[in-house]
Structure formats: structure tokens, C-alpha cells
Design a protein around this ligand. Structure first.
Ligand SMILES: [Zn+2]
Length: 381
């Protein structure tokens, strides 16, 4: 797993995303009925056939942030802005009727690397409607997401958490979706419809306690006034980021895992060409060559928001910029300008969290505050 999962957006996933777009477009053009399985196969791993209330333990500490009931024009762009400025991805369980009304927001969610989930069309208690109506609620929503963003949802959450019955969860599983409950409920849907610092504090507390290693956090970007959630989000992210959590999808997959194909990458705070290249099969030199006109003469001068073209695999094999992994035991690394713990970790078999733990006394409480010239001990992976 990529060590920068906690802080970097997902470039590599673009390959799979684009493949999904192409597949979906082809199906639409031929007028073929969209079978959930056909386009699903291109993108979603096989569903996990239990109802998840925590993420699988794919790393020492993982957290999945989830937002329900959107997209909602008054809130969703603000939630996306906070996530983007933090370099963190989340999962959005969208209502079909909202997705149909705001396809641009569905596209933005997907374009910015977040996962998308199906939260039914009209938000009913699924156990209280007929089986055929359940299927219609689910399939119409998936179709709407595909129409808007060219990608199928890999996750499903029943409204009100009404999804535990195998007769309901099975409908999602059979359509390639993993069913996602939660372990931490912020109850932010009960927020007063006005600015409330005390409620924001409650949201932060509920999103972070009781502390556990693999929480799934329930929040809402839709359904009404959610600016208290927006205001709380930064502190929620900081809480987990500063404790070495990797932000994952509900299945515990880091958003930085993917196919290694080329694509477009949007520069995030803290990125270096080396850290970006670590997510692809291209070297940083190849990425620099492909974007020289955009970047300019100094490869260290990236600007947040710049769009970089990532060349495809096997572009000539120039030497990589990352250090050679040690054969075993520990080694020492001297911090260079532009380094982050993630970019350093990408050259070794240790994660950035492990490097941080081994050097906590040197680095201090904030893992983002490296100093050039600092000597770090790199633990054996
Ligand atoms: Zn809901």
C-alpha cells in the first residue's frame, strides 16, 4: 500500500476510472440495457458479503469518512473543498433523486477521487416496501450515477441503516456492491439549522470517539443545513491524520491504490514529483519531461491545482529519484528539500507512519513538519 494514502489524492485510480467511463459510454451508445455486472466488473472488486460497520484492517489504523443524502448544492461543494484542501478522500452515499438533479456534483465527487455509494432513489425504509420496489430504488440510483459520472457505485448503504436483512443486503451484493454501516454516528442530521459552534464540537467528538483502529464515520452532506458538519470536518480530518490513520474507502482500500496507468493528476499540497511518481509506473523525470511547459525550469516548483499529464507505463526507464530500498535492518535518511514522510517512505518498505513512529522525538508532534537536514532512522519494513 502506498504510504501517502493518508494525505494524497489518488492519481492511479484514474486509469480504472477512465476505463469505467469508456465502458459505460459504450453501453449507453449501443442502447444496451445497463447490467450492473457488466460495467461493475471494470471497477469494483467483488463485494464483501457482510455488512461492514468497521473497515477491514488493511493497515494498523484506517478510517473511512462517509457522507450521506447528497449531493446537496448548499453543502456538498463545501465538503469537497475541505477534503481537497486536506488531500483526503471520502465516500459519498448519494440519493438517486439528488444525483439526478445535480449530476455536476456527482461528476465532481468522482473526478476528485472520492468513492461513491448508492443510498437508494428516494430514501425509504427498504424493509417496509415491496421487493420489486427495493430493486427499483437501487437500480434506478445506480443508473443515474452511471449517467452522471460514468462510474458505478461499489458501495451501498440503506437509508436509516435498514440494510441488515439478507433480503436487502443481498440485493446490493448481487449487484456488485459492498454494504456499509458505520461505527461512529455523528448524528449531524440533527444539527440545528443554523451556525452552532457547540454542535460543531459535538460532531467532532462523535466522529472521533470512542477511538478505535478502523472506524467508519457517518456524516451528512445532504438533507438540509449541514454547515456545522462542514465546519467540523477539518478538525475530524486532523484528528485522524495526526494519529497516523490512513483514509480508506469502507472496504479498507487506500485511495492511492490503483492500476499504475497513466492519466491526469491534480497537484495536492505537499506533493513532489517524486511522491507523485510513486503512484505510477512512470519516473519523476518522465513526468517532468511530459509537463515541462506547465512546470517550468525547476522541477521542485509544483503549484497546487496544476494538472499534470502522467505518461503511461514503460516510458524509457530513466533512473528513478527514490533511494534504493535497504537490504535489511535500519538505515538513515537525510531530509531533502521538498521531502514529505510519504515521499521518503515510497523509497523504502516501511510506511510513513512507521518512519514517523521511529523518529517521533526528532520530528515532533506534527508529521508534516520535516526539517531539511534532519537525520531519520528508517526501520526495516
Ligand atoms: Zn440517509
Amino acid at each position: 500500500m502506498d504510504a501517502m494514502g493518508a494525505t494524497r489524492t489518488d492519481g492511479r485510480r484514474w486509469g480504472a476510472r477512465l476505463a469505467g467511463v469508456v465502458a459505460a459510454a459504450a453501453l449507453i451508445c449501443t442502447g444496451q440495457a445497463l447490467s450492473g455486472h457488466a460495467a461493475q466488473a471494470a471497477e469494483c472488486p467483488a463485494p464483501i458479503r457482510t455488512v461492514l460497520d468497521t473497515t477491514p484492517a488493511t493497515a494498523a489504523r484506517t478510517v473511512a469518512l462517509t457522507f450521506d443524502d447528497g449531493p446537496w448544492p448548499e453543502n456538498t461543494p463545501d465538503v469537497l473543498d475541505v477534503l481537497r484542501s486536506s488531500g483526503v478522500q471520502a465516500t459519498f452515499f448519494v440519493r438517486g433523486d439528488q444525483a439526478a438533479a445535480h449530476p455536476d456534483l456527482v461528476r465532481r465527487i468522482v473526478a476528485e477521487g472520492h468513492a461513491i455509494g448508492n443510498h437508494t432513489w428516494s430514501h425509504p425504509y427498504l424493509s417496509q416496501i415491496a421487493p420489486a420496489a427495493r430493486i427499483a430504488e437501487i437500480e434506478r440510483t445506480t443508473q443515474t450515477i452511471v449517467n452522471a459520472a460514468g462510474t458505478e457505485p461499489c458501495f451501498f448503504r440503506g437509508p436509516f441503516g435498514d440494510h441488515d436483512d439478507p433480503a436487502i443486503a443481498g440485493l446490493a451484493w448481487d449487484r456488485g456492491m459492498t454494504v456499509v454501516d458505520w461505527s461512529l454516528d455523528t448524528r449531524d442530521w440533527s444539527t440545528p439549522a443554523s451556525w452552532s459552534p457547540s454542535f460543531q464540537q459535538q460532531i467532532i467528538e462523535r466522529a472521533t470517539s470512542p477511538r478505535s483502529a478502523h472506524p467508519i464515520v457517518l456524516m451528512h452532506d445532504g438533507g438540509g443545513y449541514r454547515q456545522n458538519t462542514v465546519a467540523a470536518l477539518d478538525d475530524v480530518i486532523s484528528y485522524y491524520a495526526s494519529r497516523g490513520y490512513t483514509f480508506t474507502d469502507p472496504a479498507g482500500r487506500a485511495f492511492s491504490s490503483g492500476s499504475g496507468q497513466g492519466g491526469t493528476y491534480v497537484v495536492q499540497p505537499g506533493d513532489t514529483l517524486g511522491s507523485i511518481a510513486a503512484g505510477y509506473s512512470a519516473t519523476w523525470q518522465e513526468i517532468y519531461q511530459a509537463n515541462r511547459a506547465t512546470i517550468g525550469p525547476d522541477p521542485n516548483m509544483l503549484q497546487v491545482g496544476q494538472r499534470l499529464t502522467i505518461p503511461g507505463a514503460g516510458g524509457g526507464g530513466g533512473g528513478g529519484g527514490t533511494p534504493t530500498p535497504p537490504a535489511g535492518g535500519t538505515t538513515t535518511y537525510v531530509v531533502q528539500p521538498g521531502d514529505t514522510l510519504g515521499s521518503i517512505a515510497s523509497g523504502y518498505s516501511a510506511t510513513w507512519q512507521e518512519i514517523y513512529q521511529a523518529n517521533r522525538a526528532t520530528i515532533g508532534p506534527d508529521p508534516n513538519l520535516l526539517q531539511v537536514g534532519q537525520q531519520l532512522t528508517i526501520p526495516a519494513g
